[in-house]
Design a protein around this ligand. Sequence first.
Ligand SMILES: NC(=O)c1ccc[n+]([C@@H]2O[C@H](COP(=O)([O-])OP(=O)(O)OC[C@H]3O[C@@H](n4cnc5c(N)ncnc54)[C@H](O)[C@@H]3O)[C@@H](O)[C@H]2O)c1
Length: 385
Amino acid sequence: MINVAIIGAGAIAGVQGEAFAGFPQWCQVRAVCDLYIEKAQDLIKNKGLSQAKAYKTMEEAIQEEEIDLVSICLPPSVHGKTAIQAMELGCHVLVEKPMANSLEECDQMLAASRRTGKLLSVVCQNRFKTPMQRVYRMLQDGVGGKVLHAVVNSLWWRGENYYDLWWRGTWDSECGGSFTSHSVHHIDLLLWMLGMPEAVTAVMKNVGHPNSELEDVGMAILEYPETFAHIGTSIVDYGEAQEIVFQTEKGRLNIPWSPAAAVPLSNGFPKQDESRERELDELYHAIPELELEGHGAQIKNLLLAIRGEEPLLTDGTEGRKTIELIMAIYKSAALRQTVALPIQEEDAFYRKETMIQKMPHFFQKTKSIENFASAEITLGRDVGK
Ligand SMILES: NC(=O)c1ccc[n+]([C@@H]2O[C@H](COP(=O)([O-])OP(=O)(O)OC[C@H]3O[C@@H](n4cnc5c(N)ncnc54)[C@H](O)[C@@H]3O)[C@@H](O)[C@H]2O)c1
């Protein structure tokens, strides 16, 4: 039986608690930890985690409950040090997105995983959704031929008061705005499907969140040897219409799914290619639906990987790629220049302290509250359709 501790009893911890509870044959949540112990107690009660006790610190929980797996649901600025400490104390680690503050911390986490032999997995629950798996498989199988252009619209909406929570809205504690906290999901998906670009050019601003130092809109253009991709990020988009689109030689592969194909008329204008569209649609639907999606599916894979029954699908090296691209985006936007990848160790954007000095601070955070009255969150409208 894998003994689990959930560290941080806020909004996402509830989603994780439910997910772990789905596998009573392999694991039990034995501890929930939070600075505010009453939040840990509430989570245990509300999610029916009857085998769990509430703790204030992770160290105490690991010692008392013989924990094997720690799930880190804390603010981003403490992901790195908590993960390293947990691995040093003999636990496997699942860490929420974003993996860490900086590439330096990602590398320290990866080194700790190698040193201790403990698994390190970064949450990217959207990979574990049927439309993502289908489009991924079609791209891997070369169904459309070459990708000519990719468009990612990672559009979200958050009210001004979103940034009132104490750890949000500063470079120091949140490590980034909409690119890091929201579009991290789509950036992970794009890198998984298309790979790392050679160079990035980006711009960003804060247009509607005056209690935050961070960006709330931005645009990044990614250069690949034979294609471009662009990522739009926003948290001022009503309706949160999100999409990932691959325009390939043989048609459009996209999420949400709506295949399109065309053949040229004699003047080069398009004529809809209905038979190709039907063919793409059949290939898409021939890939089976996942029985389990999101956090539950990722956690199942991690539990089976700990038991030695499946390879770990999303490890720390995958999480690091997303942070690397985001750091390249920030460097480009801050210095107003095109940035080549990879980011080297001697680069100011490899370390948190030197990176923050270079970043624009759009507004000063002046309002701060310890907790919201409700822990209810939404996880993106179209991201899994
Ligand atoms: N995968 C997703 O879709 C998704 C969605 C939302 C949030 N997240 C991520 O999950 C993480 C947590 O976000 P959240 O929305 O749940 O935040 P939250 O503020 O609701 O919860 C964080 C909890 O951690 C506690 N805490 C803070 N520092 C602590 C410490 N040092 N020791 C013990 N407890 C501490 C806080 O009291 C709080 O209860 C963030 O990294 C966020 O980006 C992921």
